[in-house]
Write a protein that binds this ligand. Structure first.
Ligand SMILES: Cc1cc2nc3c(=O)[nH]c(=O)nc-3n(C[C@H](O)[C@H](O)[C@H](O)COP(=O)(O)O)c2cc1C
Length: 348
């Protein structure tokens, strides 16, 4: 996409409230895709095919969860060049999320603070939207969580419901215990509840696999707000239960790098450039504990192609973008694919 065109679009969109800008961007992308304009604007996608978790990824750059919550823009994001798109987070029942305004930009720091609270139309509608996609040939992940009104003690039923509902539509299913905007959700990232819930989910995965003759990898999305002990204990749990993949990381409740910005006082998870180091350190710590036994998708603060390569160096096999895509625009996708391809080729 022409950098001038993107600059103009960004200037206009950044005049709007962030959530409104997001809705408008998605509806414009959908319209452009339906009118066949996006492929002309964007040109052919960059390829760097790789097999991870038994899935064929056309390249290593994915769209992180939360951008296409309703799963109705997958074709458009494919045209932009993403090799995989993770839709959701979706919960069993539709829910409105937290009161607005709930998304804030910290522009000088290229960060976002969001307190969305997993607003979504429910997994059944999400899967209907997803199945209406036409052109996307990449990998689709479906990110699932429990409803906010469901207590942690009853979370198992919600996650199992999500797993069953997503099974036939997803190439992989991402389990979200790490959203900081749902009260107490991250408590499920303690080793004991995580082991308990993952055992049920892995068992249901085996049942569904036998029933349908198709294996859908289960991937866990974790928080960057963890100490060494928790990382060590969780790594053991993930290895023991034969988790298929890990996504490092979600947003942080800390405010390092945005101190003093008026938006820093709002509740919510921070993403974007200031998250990069923290998120990459957690990724490197998991990579070291897991010793290559579980593939890792690196996400958090990627704002340049060099940042994407940095995630590979820390131990990731794939990356995802969210805030960097907003601040840097669609060219970040292709540039990151090219940079990672050059890096992996240089490594032989
Ligand atoms: C507005 C917004 C909404 C998000 N919603 C979700 C979500 O529904 N589920 C999820 O797993 N992550 C969600 N995320 C987190 C992103 O997927 C990603 O993990 C995080 O933003 C870090 O990446 P980044 O620094 O590139 O943005 C959201 C992030 C933002 C900024």
């Amino acid at each position: 996409m022409s950098p001038i065109l993107y600059k103009l679009a960004k200037k206009a969109l950044f005049q709007l409230d962030p959530e409104r800008a997001h809705t408008l961007t998605l509806s414009s992308l959908r319209a452009a895709e339906n009118m066949n304009i996006l492929s002309t604007l964007m040109g052919p996608p960059e390829n760097d095919p790789i097999e991870i978790m038994g899935l064929q990824f056309p390249n290593r750059v994915g769209l992180a969860a939360g951008m296409d919550k309703e799963a109705n823009c997958v074709d458009a994001f494919g045209r932009i060049g993403f090799g995989f798109v993770e839709v959701g987070t979706l919960t069993p029942k539709a829910q409105p999320g937290n009161p607005k305004p709930r998304v804030h930009r910290c522009i000088p720091q290229q960060a976002i603070i969001n307190y969305m609270g997993i607003n979504n139309p429910g997994i059944v509608e999400g899967m209907e939207n997803l199945s209406a996609r036409k052109s996307f040939r990449g990998v689709v992940g479906v990110n699932i969580s429990k409803n906010t009104s469901t207590a942690n003690e009853d979370a198992r039923a919600d996650y199992l419901y999500g797993l069953r509902a997503a099974w036939s539509y997803a190439d992989y299913i991402a389990i979200n215990f790490s959203c900081p905007n749902v009260k107490n959700l991250c408590n499920l990232l303690q080793a004991a509840p995580a082991a308990d819930l993952l055992a049920s989910l892995k068992s249901e995965q085996a049942n569904l696999s036998t029933e349908t003759g198709r294996y859908v990898p289960l991937v866990m999305k974790i928080s960057p707000d963890m100490g060494e002990g928790q990382i060590r204990e969780l790594s053991k749990v993930f290895i023991d239960c034969q988790l298929d993949g890990l996504i490092c990381t979600n947003t942080t409740t800390t405010r390092g790098g945005v101190e003093g910005h008026p938006a820093a006082q709002h509740s919510g998870g921070m993403s974007g450039k200031p998250l990069y180091d923290k998120s990459t350190e957690v990724l490197a710590a998991f990579a070291s504990e897991l010793g290559g036994s579980i593939p890792i998708i690196g996400v958090g603060g990627i704002n340049s192609p060099e940042d994407a390569v940095g995630k590979l160096k820390a131990g990731a096999s794939l990356v995802q973008l969210y805030s960097g895509f907003i601040y840097q625009g669609p060219n970040l996708v292709r540039e990151s694919v090219r940079a990672m391809r050059a890096y992996t080729e240089s490594q032989g």
